[in-house]
Ligand binder design. Structure first.
Ligand SMILES: [Zn+2]
Length: 127
């Protein structure tokens, strides 16, 4: 069933009515849309990138630790909202996995190169 209320522009609201009620989520709770908008406004007010320390993209675990450590302090001190801080934490986890995989690949390549060179040296000695 469709919501029975009219929108501000006079057109019929096209949202689905809540079950057992004549109106949708927003029309059955006057002021709810404004409340949610205000929450978004508060979040945007607290997240002001110009107030945060700038970092170049991290390419090592140590650089990533600096970003994550700073983000933790920004959330605690109220310079950054928890939702954005949480997103940073989540992305930091992804980046750390990539950094670890890249580090392992680099180290394995060095070990493989060493083994190839040793074998080549050994075979030259025996001839
Ligand atoms: Zn409605």
């Amino acid at each position: 069933m469709r919501c029975s209320s009219k929108r501000k522009d006079g057109q019929q609201c096209r949202a689905a009515a809540l079950s057992g009620q004549p109106c949708c989520h927003f029309h059955s709770r006057p002021g709810r849309a404004a409340e949610l908008g205000s929450k978004g406004g508060k979040r945007r007010a607290i997240f002001r990138p110009e107030n945060l320390k700038h970092f170049a993209p991290a390419t090592s675990a140590a650089e990533l630790a600096a970003v994550v450590g700073q983000t933790l302090c920004d959330v605690r001190d109220g310079r950054l909202d928890a939702k954005t801080g949480n997103a940073v934490g989540c992305l930091a986890g992804c980046l750390l996995s990539v950094i670890k995989a890249d580090s392992l690949e680099t180290r394995m390549a060095a070990v493989e190169k060493f083994i190839r060179e040793e074998r080549s040296r050994e075979s030259r000695k025996s001839h």
